[in-house]
Design a binder for this molecule. Structure first.
Ligand code: G3P
Ligand code: CA
Length: 275
């Protein structure tokens, strides 16, 4: 894996826990790792209801390097961890997350849809996940549908700062989104926290777009279907890391390893090489 260079002030990254120091100018930011990072997607979502404490605990138990969480905002401005913008698929509620208060959402069952043994699992709050998993796992934080939640970046930054989790020497945190403007904002708010751009569009992997991302991002995280060794090289040449999503079959792992990715985001953390 190539060295990564952060353009502004920065921190560590992928390697994941190995931080040499913090710089305020363009410089090397970390020691490269030869170990591909395993990210438990929405927790170990193949084994437990996604984005629940049960799923995150499962990811840790399966020795994932990171848990991945999806963050949105309630009607009363609280940060919650849920993937869809609506409640319908993963809870016994209906309607948009943004149209319900935290108290309403906390009453919902977010486990039964997956299996009766998970009945009673709640939609976690963002802060609850930070408090429970800091020090136990890296946390890959995805900001979902930020166009619905103006100012969510400031709230996420405040929650991390309150806990000193914006300092890479303390915690392994990465923030990512499909909304690139949101990540530019996040990079300014928390210059020491690595940010990533998510994409499922091949056009976002052009040389021009990758160079644009390199101005503020430390990761380009594409759909696994777009990943090959030349894309990986292009990303690395711009001093960023690349993590591919979402692996749901064992046979999807080796091509990503062969391509040279830095991380594999998977519902099944046991499919990737252990270390
Ligand atoms: O971490 C990458 C992945 O989570 C992006 O897709 O829809 O599962 O949030 P999605
Ligand atoms: Ca996600």
């Amino acid at each position: 894996m190539n060295d990564m260079i952060k353009k502004t002030a920065v921190a560590s990254i992928l390697s994941m826990g190995i931080i040499s120091s913090i710089y305020t100018t363009t410089t090397l930011a970390y020691e490269p790792s030869d170990q591909v990072q395993t990210v438990a997607h929405r927790g170990a979502a193949g084994y437990a209801p996604e984005n629940t404490m049960a799923a995150f605990h499962k990811g840790v138990e399966m020795k994932a390097d990171y848990i991945e969480i999806d963050v949105q905002e309630t009607k009363d401005g609280e940060l919650v961890v849920i993937h869809d913008v609506t409640l319908d698929r993963t809870t016994n509620g209906t309607g948009y997350v943004k149209n319900h208060t935290l108290q309403e959402i906390r009453q919902l069952d977010a486990g039964s849809y997956f299996g009766e043994e998970f009945a009673g699992e709640k939609v976690p709050t963002f802060e609850e996940v930070l408090d429970e998993f800091r020090g136990k796992s890296g946390i890959l934080i995805e900001l979902k549908a930020t166009y619905y939640y103006p100012g969510i970046e400031e709230k996420v930054a405040a929650a991390l700062k309150e806990r000193n989790m914006h300092l890479p020497a303390h915690d392994k945190i990465i923030i990512q989104s499909f909304e690139f403007d949101s990540m530019q904002r996040m990079d300014k708010l928390l210059p020491q926290v690595p940010v990533g751009v998510l994409t499922s569009r091949a056009t976002d992997l052009s040389e021009a777009k990758l160079s644009e991302f390199a101005a503020y991002a430390e990761f380009v995280n594409p759909s696994r279907t777009l990943v090959n060794s030349s894309i990986v090289d292009e990303v690395h040449e711009r001093h960023m890391g690349i993590m591919a999503w979402t692996v749901r079959k064992q046979e999807e792992v080796q091509p990503l390893l062969d391509a040279g990715v830095d991380g594999i985001i998977t519902d099944y953390p046991d499919y990737t090489p252990r270390h």
